[in-house]
Design a protein. Sequence first.
Length: 244
Amino acid sequence: MLFGSFYNVVIYRIPLDMSIAKGRSMCPSCSTSLRAIDLVPLFSWIFLGRRCRYCKSEISLRYPLIEIATGGLFLLSYLVFGPSLEALFYISLWSMLLITAMIDYDHMIISDAVLLFFTVLGIALNLFIGFDYKSHILGGIAGFSFYLLIYVAAKAIYKKEAFGFGDVMLIGAIGLLLGLRDTVLTSILSFYVALFVILGLRLLGKKISVKEEVPFGPYICISAFIVSLWGDNLVELYFRIFSM
């Protein structure tokens, strides 16, 4: 959860071009610098009554949720992979997906800095683990090329940028980290995830116009997370269905 607290800082500051290495954490409402006792993950939010100690403005529920989610991802990686380099690799991958999804959800941008840091870290870990580098290079090329084609086609059809280039960079980074097969699965699954989420929102009464701009990065990130855990199961399910 300590990492989740830092991820909240990254998610808030990077879109504002603020340094994540300098400057103390502060309240986004009154800009008062926070003390260590105000920054204990989850517990400070609870004991402060969900409000800033200084200006009494409400602290969003999202902050502790991201801390809990991060702690859960770290725990999941340990439970699945044990104390290993594989666990560190998936912590790195899932951290990238979480931060990227939240920034894109908030601002409809994909941070190149976040992608670059975690992609380099993931590749370095894979070098120590041992991996099929050809599959990962092909995964990066295939993911980037497929989404670039969608980007160019959408721009030609709608005469404006209807599909973000940041999504192209995101799937390229995922391809380098997960390899060819899982990149193909992620690319396909992301559109189904988007469809299910949009249909779910419409069933709940939220009207979404065809022309309304929506961030696609979170759907890619959700899909990559699912594939990273259950890629083999998805392939097995596919062959079961189509071999009947």
